[in-house]
Design a protein around this ligand. Structure first.
Ligand SMILES: Nc1ncnc2c1ncn2[C@@H]1O[C@H](COP(=O)(O)OP(=O)(O)OP(=O)(O)O)[C@@H](O)[C@H]1O
Ligand SMILES: [Mg+2]
Length: 243
């Protein structure tokens, strides 16, 4: 379980982005974070994976407090947390397979990783991940040749090879058309069921959030306005969030 306890984040000493956020994310949950631009959604995900340090509060993965860890132990724990970006973050000129293998780097010694000496088992994991996202046939294609939706599925496969317990996704379908968005969201739903990975996803599109997520957290001005199962969310909740 991931627990956020009274998280406060302030940028540049003056811009408050999160103002006392406490949330629990249980294993295998599919949680959507929604809210207006600037409400703190990206900051929330960056705080969970340690890209942003809270000035107050704690992020816990089970009984471990992430802020207390450093060096090897921190790297080991962070391997449990995958991140999927809006803009895919692939190396466009290299192959799909090589892009996906990058997810295994956290398991290699620095030297080995540097020289690209992956083991057979790393390749097997990468191919299995591409199979899961439905892109096994694109293994030798250059990443730059793929459509946006395919690129995002490669990015998801790359994150899967990291064998994470949690995937954080920041607006992963914001650059995609409706059809590709649905395919990518279906992919998240599939890996959540297949691998029991917790998925925490920032979404602009409330309709998609309501369709796919078990639970929705509404952020407003850096605070949790609501935290409810998707079934409990009313149109009034949504109206209040975006008013
Ligand atoms: N690196 C930064 N430096 C300074 N202020 C920042 C930084 N990143 C975000 N902020 C500010 O923190 C607040 C929350 O931003 P954040 O990016 O978390 O919002 P968001 O909900 O993800 O917005 P969007 O929907 O536009 O992606 C905003 O006021 C934003 O301007
Ligand atoms: Mg954002």
């Amino acid at each position: 379980m991931i627990s956020l306890k009274d998280i406060h984040v302030v940028y540049d000493k003056i811009t408050p982005a999160l103002r006392g956020v406490s949330l629990d994310f249980h294993d295998g949950e599919f949680v959507g974070i929604i809210g207006l631009s600037g409400s703190g959604k990206s900051t929330l995900l960056k705080t969970i994976n340690g890209l942003v340090k809270p000035m107050k509060g704690k992020v816990c993965l089970d009984e471990l407090v992430l802020g207390d860890l450093s060096g090897k132990k921190l790297r080991e724990v962070r391997r449990n947390i995958g991140f999927v970006f809006q803009e895919f973050n692939l190396v466009e000129r290299t192959s799909v397979l090589e892009n996906v293998l990058i997810g295994r780097l956290g398991y290699l010694s620095t030297l080995k990783g540097f020289f690209g000496l992956f083991k057979d088992s790393d390749y097997e994991i990468a191919v299995a991940a591409l199979d899961t996202v439905g892109l096994k046939t694109k293994i030798t294609a250059r990443a730059g040749q793929l459509s946006g939706g395919q690129k995002q599925r490669v990015a998801i496969a790359k994150t899967l090879t990291q064998e994470p317990r949690v995937i954080l996704a920041d607006e992963p379908v914001a650059s995609l058309d409706r059809t590709s968005s649905t395919v990518v969201m279906d992919t998240f739903a599939k890996i959540r069921h297949k691998h029991k990975i917790t998925i925490i996803i920032n979404l602009h599109d409330v309709e998609l959030a309501r369709k796919y997520c078990d639970r929705l957290v509404g952020l407003r001005d850096g605070k949790v306005l609501f935290d409810k199962t998707t079934k409990e969310i009313s149109n009034e909740d949504i109206q209040e969030l975006y008013s």
